[in-house]
Design a protein around this ligand. Structure first.
Ligand code: NAD
Ligand code: UD1
Length: 337
């Protein structure tokens, strides 16, 4: 298939491009580079063994740019990664988040409809479950109250896509609810490249390991979990990438709307991750217990059985693999791209 990949220069998009080409697909990337570096695409091409990944620098809110891209190319499907994702920033800049994520998706969907491409895989998040009503979380678990505008944008976009598919059953839509992607390509050539102080756990740990930060702050050790720290379903970014290739199956089979949890089904605490990182990589991670972070929940992990049953996808990498590959990337690229 020929796939339009929005946000393809980013963390998850760049890893997904490798899996797409490995599976025999081709892609064109649209990205405005607001949170990424074109060097990622250069390295992706190098890893795949092609000259370059077709790339157009454009904003998905630019309807004219999308029109010319769709007029000049035939796409079998769109994988839609483009979006802003920093939870704290979304609280400070809600309008920017609603505009970029929700309005951006509306402009994209309108262009797709006008050009007759009605197949899309959307990057959703476990955040749509809020404080989950059941653990492990299945797809039938009700969506919850999101505590921040970022989460709201995911929930709203899911609703828009659901309504669209009801209105026009020709649309084939897959909502992938990612749990916590970490790690990097085993080559160490591409990985997560956050701007400024990392918000998320693994990039913070690797920056402590590489000497850029003095210690890790652990946000609370009084949660109702075995060691008191928060539990999450960490998934290797390459496993997450391969889920997108599996998700092309229901698109090809034209089965309408499908929703899948994409996680490993295992919950690890913050201390589990820190200890695994130290053990696997032989580097120390000094840490201090800090107050809880606003909006955090105690435990979040999924039951990924539906994705296994229906699209034949299952995570392969372990937490040790995630720690090894995250460190390999950071160690080889201490300042990112
Ligand atoms: P990322 O920031 O690395 O990648 C997003 C890409 O989209 C970037 O390259 C950015 O430049 C681009 N982009 C943003 N707004 C754009 C616009 N208006 N037009 C064109 N390009 C635009 O983030 P990521 O971690 O790769 O996440 C990809 C998607 O997955 C996002 O939608 C994110 O919300 C979602 N997601 C991520 C996580 C996670 O933990 N990383 C978890 C759940 C869901
Ligand atoms: C966060 C977002 C979520 C988003 C996801 C991926 C919040 C509340 N949720 O998920 O919406 O989809 O990122 O981008 O921000 N931790 C520390 N110290 C740190 C960083 C994190 O102790 O410096 C802890 C957290 O308290 C949590 C765990 O590590 O228990 C994982 O945190 P993080 O990586 O930020 O992911 P989530 O909070 O699960």
């Amino acid at each position: 298939m020929n796939i339009l990949v929005t946000g393809g220069a980013g963390f998850i998009g760049s890893h997904t491009l490798i899996e797409l080409y490995k599976a025999g697909h081709t892609a064109l990337v649209v990205d405005n580079l607001c949170n990424s570096n074109p060097e990622a695409l250069r390295r992706v091409a190098e890893l795949i063994g092609i000259d370059a990944i077709p790339f157009i620098k454009a904003d998905i809110r630019d309807s004219k740019a999308l029109d010319s891209i769709f007029s000049a190319n035939h796409f079998d499907a769109v994988i839609h990664f483009a979006g802003l994702k920093a939870v704290g920033e979304s609280v400070e800049k809600p309008l920017e988040y609603y505009d970029n994520n929700v309005n951006g998706t509306l402009v994209l969907l309108d262009a797709m409809r006008r050009h007759g491409c009605k197949n899309i895989i959307f990057s959703s998040s476990a955040t749509v479950y809020g404080d989950p009503a059941e653990i492990p979380i299945t797809e039938s678990c009700p969506k919850g109250q999101c505590t921040n505008p970022y989460g709201q944008t995911k929930s709203i976009i899911e609703q828009i896509l659901t309504d669209l598919q009801v209105a026009d059953p020709q649309w084939n839509i897959v909502l992938l609810r990612y749990f916590n992607p970490i790690g990097a390509h085993p080559s160490g050539r591409i990985g997560e490249n956050p701007n400024g102080i990392p918000n998320n756990l693994m990039p913070y740990i690797t920056q402590v390991a590489v000497g850029k930060r003095e210690y890790l702050g652990i946000f609370g050790n009084d949660y109702p979990t075995p060691d008191g720290t928060g539990i999450r379903d960490y998934i290797h970014v390459c496993d997450l990438a391969s889920a997108h290739i599996a998700a092309l199956k229901p698109i090809e089979q034209k089965t309408g709307l499908n929703i899948y949890n994409i996680g490993t089904g295992h919950g690890y605490s913050v201390l589990d991750v820190v200890k695994a990182f130290i053990r696997v990589n032989g580097v120390d991670i000094p840490y201090r217990i800090m107050p809880r972070r606003a909006g955090d929940i105690a435990t979040c992990y999924c039951n990924p059985a539906k994705a296994n049953r229906e699209i034949g996808w299952k995570a392969q990498f372990t937490l040790d693999d995630m720690c090894r590959d995250a460190w390999h990337w950071q160690h080889a690229n201490p300042n990112g791209y």
